[in-house]
Every structure is written in structure tokens, then in C-alpha cells.
Design a binder for this molecule. Structure first.
Ligand code: SF4
Length: 352
């Protein structure tokens, strides 16, 4: 499978992070702290960046949040996107405060003139804009014409895209979101077929960690496999740090941005005589910070394990009180169960 499947979009610059045009699909998240609380917000951003977050979005709902923005931009260590609803002055203020990008929904920012005022500020300051189209705030005429649908979402996005182009502004990306996965996917496909504007993709209001990751993996994954999507956010009702891990896992599964250790493990069956579930979780935790691209297998039985995981660089297979250490399907050693994990880690670390 090719490492890079993305459709060629135009390249945009979000505070020095390039998006689109074959650049790696960027993973982003959003803080859920009170933005006016600078220390708490920066602490959360630090955790996000440590987890791999490449662009962070913060809400700027009022003047207190706006006042905190310069310090947040300065301390973030990654480009900051200011999330604005309803108030174009907060968008302009955020750009003046150093935000690399503002996310606006032209459908609720107060009309064409106000949208263009934000565009002018972004242009003057060399910043980017994210146009966010959402199924909850579609224009009346599009709702009359199509109802809430992929067509309405895509046409709304095209409309705003044309507005920005008419102002000779090209440093923008578009997001088209609905909580309905199929509608989100169809709307992004429709827009992408007609435009080279980079797309930020995600499923809005995806839900709690379990359902949110499943919905996002289906929706984001479906688009990524068609080469659509230049940056992603996995929206979860959870700690935003979880969004980053989930984002990279989706990219990994889609064959994009492959790095780190991929742990493969068997589903277990009646042949399993050791606690593979705990063992696989431990291996995943212990390998979480290893940057080298490796496939490591944790298999439930010595009879079929090494063969079934032939494509793994290293692996263990459990037996009764003992197990096997193997590499590329070849058995290296028989070991007591208690030593399996340690010996596997010695092998992995020795190869890095
Ligand atoms: S590797 Fe062994 S234990 Fe695991 S599913 Fe296959 S046969 Fe069952």
C-alpha cells in the first residue's frame, strides 16, 4: 500500500505548518479549558503537543478569552487556531493577537461584509482561515432547496469558498461537518470533486470515547482512503489528549503517517492459555514512545501464533506457563511466561 494517498490540494500555511499538496495529514485537537485561564489552557496544550498535536484550536467566545490569546499563542509551541462564532470583531482581534488561523462559520458571523473584514485582516497579517460549514447552521435558501443534506453542505462550502476567492484570498481550508457520518463523507466528496482547497475532516458531535472513535474512524477513514483530507480532528467527549492518539491511529490504519510500533494481537480462542489481553495492553503501553516503525505481535498460542503473525518484526506467543519469542515467523526462543514481556522489550529496544 502506498504511504501517501492524498489527493493533491493546494498548499496553505497555518503558522508555519504546511497543509495540503501532499504534506502529511496533520493531526489537531481543541482545548476544553476556560481560554481566559492562561495557565490551565497552556498546561492542556502542553499535554496535547507531547501527544503529537500539530495545530491546536481554542475557543475565543468573549473579550476575556481574547485578552488571554497573546500569551497562549506565545506559549503554545504549535500554531493556534481561534474558534469564533457570531462575532467578527473577536475574529479580527484574535488575528491581531497572533492566532495563526481563525475558524469562522460565515453562516453565523453576520453576513458577507463581516466575513470579508475577517478575510482582509487575515490577508494583512499573513494568517489562515478555516471556513467551517456545519449541518446545524445551513442557509435558509439551501435548506429550502435541498433540506439538510450533503448537497446543501457542499454548496454552502462552495459558496463561501467563492467569496474568499473573490477577495483574492487563498490561504484557507474548509471543513464540512455533520454528526451523520454518511452525510459528512458525501458532502466532503462532493466538495473535493470540485475544489483544490485543503479539507479539515472530522465528524462533529461524534460522542463519547468509544462511539466517537468508531464514528470518526469510519467517517475520517472513508475519506482518507479516497485521498480526501489534509488535516483531521477526532472530536470526542473525552480528554482532548485522547483525540490525538485516536487521530494518529486512524492515519496509521489508513496507511498514512506510519510511525511508531503497531501492536497486532490475535482475538484469542479456546487455545489461549495465558492472559493475552493484559499482555497486549502492556506491550502497547511499553512501546508507545518508540518512534521506529515496527510491527509487534502478541499471540495467544504457540501452535498458530508465530505463523499467523509472520509479517510481524517481533512477537510473542503464549503457551501453558511458557511461550515463544519469534521474529518474522521464525521461533527464536522458548521462555517461561514471566520472562516473555521483558525479553520481547529487550529485542525491540535492541533493534532501535
Ligand atoms: S493465534 Fe492461537 S490463540 Fe490466537 S486466535 Fe489464533 S489459534 Fe487462537
Amino acid at each position: 500500500m502506498p504511504e501517501k494517498l492524498s489527493k493533491k490540494t493546494r498548499v496553505i500555511d497555518v503558522g508555519g505548518v504546511l497543509l495540503g499538496g501532499g504534506h502529511p495529514v496533520r493531526v489537531q485537537s481543541m482545548t476544553n479549558t476556560d481560554t481566559s485561564d492562561i495557565a490551565t489552557t497552556l498546561a492542556q496544550i502542553k499535554h496535547l503537543v507531547e501527544a503529537g498535536c500539530e495545530i491546536v484550536r481554542v475557543s475565543v467566545p468573549d473579550d476575556d478569552a481574547l485578552a488571554a490569546l497573546p500569551a497562549i499563542v506565545k506559549g503554545a509551541g504549535v500554531p493556534v487556531v481561534a474558534d469564533i462564532h457570531f462575532n467578527h470583531k473577536l475574529a479580527i482581534g484574535s488575528l491581531q493577537a497572533g492566532a495563526a488561523c481563525v475558524r469562522i462559520n460565515p453562516g453565523n458571523i453576520g453576513g458577507t461584509e463581516k466575513t470579508l473584514a475577517v478575510v482582509k485582516a487575515a490577508k494583512d497579517l499573513g494568517a489562515a482561515i478555516r471556513i467551517g460549514v456545519n449541518s446545524g447552521s445551513l442557509e435558509r435558501d439551501l435548506l429550502d432547496k435541498y433540506g439538510v443534506s450533503a448537497e446543501a453542505l457542499a454548496e454552502s462550502a462552495s459558496r463561501y469558498s467563492e467569496l474568499l476567492e473573490s477577495a483574492d484570498f487563498r490561504n484557507y481550508k474548509v471543513s464540512i461537518k455533520a454528526s451523520n457520518v454518511a452525510m459528512s463523507v458525501a458532502a466532503n466528496e462532493l466538495f473535493s470533486a470540485k475544489s483544490d482547497v485543503p479539507l479539515h475532516i472530522g465528524i462533529t458531535e461524534a460522542g463519547t470515547k468509544r462511539m466517537g472513535i468508531i464514528k470518526s474512524a469510519v467517517g475520517i477513514g472513508a475519506l482518507l482512503l479516497k485521498g480526501i483530507g489534509d488535516t483531521i480532528r477526532v472530536s470526542l467527549t473525552a480528554d482532548p489528549v485522547d483525540e490525538i492518539g485516536a487521530g494518529f491511529a486512524i492515519l496509521n490504519a489508513a496507511g498514512l503517517r506510519q510511525s511508531g510500533v503497531e501492536v497486532i494481537s490475535c482475538p484469542t480462542c479456546a487455545r489461549t492459555k495465558i492472559d493475552i489481553i493484559t499482555l497486549a495492553e502492556k506491550v502497547e503501553d511499553m512501546c508507545a514512545k518508540i518512534p521506529r516503525r515496527l510491527k509487534v505481535a502478541v499471540m495467544g498460542c504457540v501452535v498458530n501464533g508465530p505463523g499467523e503473525a509472520r509479517e510481524a518484526d517481533f512477537g510473542i506467543a503464549g503457551g501453558v506457563g511458557e511461550g515463544l519469542l519469534f521474529a518474522k515467523g521464525e521461533i527464536l526462543k522458548k521462555l517461561p511466561e514471566a520472562r516473555l514481556l521483558d525479553e520481547l522489550m529487550v529485542l525491540i529496544k535492541g533493534s532501535c
